[in-house]
Write a new protein. Structure first.
Length: 262
C-alpha cells in the first residue's frame, strides 16, 4: 500500500472496513474531543473532525476522511440508539456484562420483553462494544433530539412556537415561570408580551384579592367578637335582674313570717 496523505485521508471514494479496534479508537477520539471542548452545543466542530481523522489515519494508515468518520459515527449512533431505546428505562432482571458487551438475563425474562418490543430479540445475541462510552456521547441526543438544547436555544424555541394558551397552562402547573421567557424585547413576539402582561395583571389581582380576603376575615372576626361581647353583657344583665327579683321575693316572705310570729 502506498503512502496515504494525512491531509485528506487518502482516496475519498475508497471504502473502509471498520474493525473492532478502529471502532474503539473512533469512539475514544470523539470522547477526547468532548473533554477538550471540541463539541459545542451538542455538535462537533469542523476542527474536531479534522483532528479525529488525523488520529485515525496516523494510527491505522487507512484512507479515512471526514465524510467516512461521519458515516461511521452515524452507523454506531444508530446501533446504540436501537439498544438504548430498549434498556434506557432500566430492568431489574437485566444486567450489563462487560466481558460480553451485552445485556444479559434469563430466557424467561427475555420472552416478555421481546413480546412487547420485538427489536429486543436482536440484542439477546448481539454485542454492542463501547456501550457506556457511547452513552456519554449520545444518550442526551436520544432524550432531547439531535443534540442537547442549551437554555438559550430553549428560550428561542419558546418565543418562536409557544402559544398564549400553552404558556398559561405551563404557568398554572408551575412548570414554567416568566424567567423562562427572559429574552430581549425586540426578540419577543406580541403574543408573548401579551401573555406576560396578562400574567402580571393576574398576579396583581391575585395579590389584591388576598388582601381583600384578609380584610374581610378581620372584619368578620370583629363582628363575631362583638357578638360574643353582647351575649356576655346580656347574660350579666339577666343574672342581675334575677338576683334582684329573688332578693325582693325573699324579703317579702320574711316580712310575712315576722308578722305571723309577732
Amino acid at each position: 500500500m502506498g503512502k496515504i496523505s494525512k491531509k485528506n485521508g487518502g482516496d475519498p471514494s475508497k471504502e473502509v472496513q471498520w474493525s473492532r479496534v478502529m471502532n474503539d479508537a473512533l469512539v475514544d477520539a470523539f470522547l477526547h474531543q468532548v473533554i477538550i471542548g471540541g463539541r459545542v452545543n451538542g455538535t462537533f466542530t469542523s476542527k474536531a473532525y479534522d483532528d479525529i481523522v488525523k488520529v485515525l489515519v496516523e494510527k491505522f494508515d487507512k484512507e479515512i476522511n471526514k465524510d467516512k468518520v461521519k458515516n461511521r459515527q452515524k452507523t454506531l449512533k444508530k446501533n446504540f440508539h436501537e439498544c438504548y431505546d430498549i434498556f434506557k428505562d432500566g430492568f431489574s432482571s437485566f444486567g450489563w456484562n462487560d466481558s460480553l458487551n451485552m445485556w444479559t438475563a434469563e430466557l424467561e425474562v427475555w420472552e416478555p420483553l421481546i413480546a412487547s418490543k420485538t427489536a429486543a430479540k436482536k440484542w439477546m445475541t448481539t454485542p454492542i462494544p463501547n456501550y457506556s462510552k457511547m452513552a456519554q456521547l449520545w444518550a442526551k441526543d436520544r432524550a432531547k433530539g439531535d443534540h442537547a438544547e442549551t437554555a438559550k436555544e430553549k428560550r428561542a424555541k419558546y418565543v418562536a412556537s409557544t402559544t398564549i394558551d400553552e404558556i398559561d397552562n405551563l404557568i398554572s402547573q408551575n412548570e414554567v415561570s416568566l424567567e423562562n421567557f427572559e429574552v430581549k424585547d425586540d426578540q419577543r413576539s406580541p403574543e408573548i408580551n401579551a401573555a406576560r402582561s396578562r400574567v402580571s395583571s393576574q398576579d396583581a389581582m391575585s395579590s389584591k384579592s388576598k388582601k381583600r380576603r384578609l380584610a374581610e376575615d378581620d372584619e368578620l372576626g370583629n363582628v363575631i367578637s362583638q357578638s360574643f361581647d353582647n351575649v356576655s353583657k346580656a347574660i350579666d344583665r339577666a343574672t342581675e335582674v334575677m338576683a334582684k327579683c329573688f332578693q325582693s321575693h325573699m324579703e317579702q316572705k320574711f316580712m310575712q313570717l315576722w308578722a305571723y310570729w309577732t
